[in-house]
Structure formats: structure tokens, C-alpha cells
Design a protein. Structure first.
Ligand SMILES: [Zn+2]
Length: 192
């Protein structure tokens, strides 16, 4: 993780952007995947700030020209006349544009990843809820079936009951029945 931290650090990205621009852009974008949502805007902002500092002398010169002011700022002309300054200025312009594009891409990616992950977790949650519900329903159904079975088996067992009115022994199914000879209601009271 320490090496990854170093590899995806802003100075390394700036160096790569200078010497190997395509790799620099890839590392810059990959940084978001390594660090995730945490401070996704930091690296682009840092690189924009560095580019702005590099372009500052040029910016000051342009600004002074625009407002027609001749100011003698120390080292400004020396920096502007330095043979490598145009090169640095074009690098600053390039890295600023890359940083803006990376920032836009990471914002879009972030939205996409957030939406996708919330959709996926929603989907998984729904799936488990559905499963739980159907499991519950199956369990309830099984319970009901068992109860019915117990009830019907109880009801189907014939009981011998002696009629308290006429003394005839009847065979009844369930707990309540009618005497065959006197039609009075007889009841099976269970075994004692
Ligand atoms: Zn009877």
C-alpha cells in the first residue's frame, strides 16, 4: 500500500505527465480507482494549482499588457526569456487540461459507481427479502398442512361412545356425533 501511495502520488503523476503523457493520464485516472471516493477531487486540484503556478509569469505578463501597465517585476523577464519556459508553459497548459478532464471523468465515474452500487445493493436486498418472504410462506403452509393432517387424522379415528339416553354403543368419527337409535347428541370425551 505504501508503494501504491507513492506511485499514485501527485508528484509522480506530474513527472509521468511530463515524460510519458499517456501513462501519466492512466495513473492519474487509476488513482481514483485506488483511493475511491475519498478526496477524489484533490489530485486534479493540486495539479491545476501546480500548472497555474508554472503559468503565473506568463499570466502576469499578459495581464500587464492587457491593462497597459509597465511594471518592473523582479525576474519576470528573466523567467519569460528562459529558453525552457515556453516548454514548461505548454506542459502547464497540457496538465491543466488533463486535470480538468480527469476531474470531470471522476465525477461522472463517481456518480455511475454510486448509482450502480446502490442499485446492486437494492437488488440484493430485494432478492433476500423475497426469499425470506417465500421461505416464511412455505413454512407457514407446511405448518398449516401439518395441523390439517393432525386434525383430519384425529377426526377420522372412530370412537366407541355409549349413548347416555338409550345405552346403545355407537361408533362416531370426531368428537361429536348422533346416536343411531335415539338420534340424541353424543359426545366423545376422550380417554381418561
Ligand atoms: Zn341413544
Amino acid at each position: 500500500m505504501k508503494i501504491a501511495n507513492l506511485f499514485f502520488s501527485v508528484p509522480i503523476i506530474i513527472i509521468l505527465l511530463y515524460f510519458l503523457p499517456p501513462l501519466g493520464i492512466i495513473v492519474f485516472l487509476a488513482r481514483y480507482l485506488v483511493y475511491g471516493n475519498r478526496h477524489f477531487f484533490r489530485a486534479p486540484i493540486y495539479i491545476m494549482a501546480c500548472a497555474s503556478i508554472l503559468a503565473l509569469p506568463f499570466g502576469i505578463e499578459q495581464f500587464l499588457k492587457l491593462i497597459h501597465v509597465k511594471a518592473n517585476i523582479p525576474y519576470l523577464q528573466e523567467i519569460l526569456n528562459w529558453e525552457y519556459y515556453p516548454n514548461l508553459l505548454s506542459f502547464a497548459r497540457f496538465s491543466f487540461i488533463v486535470a480538468v478532464i480527469v476531474l470531470i471523468i471522476t465525477i461522472l465515474l463517481r456518480k455511475l459507481i454510486n448509482t450502480l452500487s446502490s442499485k446492486i445493493s437494492q437488488f440484493i436486498g430485494q432478492y433476500y427479502n423475497d426469499r425470506l418472504q417465500s421461505d416464511n410462506e412455505i413454512a407457514k403452509e407446511n405448518d398449516l398442512k401439518l395441523k390439517e393432517k393432525a386434525l383430519t387424522s384425529k377426526q377420522k379415528t372412530p370412537h366407541a361412545v355409549k349413548c347416555p339416553h338409550c345405552g346403545k354403543t355407537n361408533s362416531i368419527i370426531g368428537t361429536v356425533g348422533k346416536c343411531e337409535s335415539c338420534r340424541s347428541t353424543i359426545e366423545y370425551k376422550g380417554k381418561h
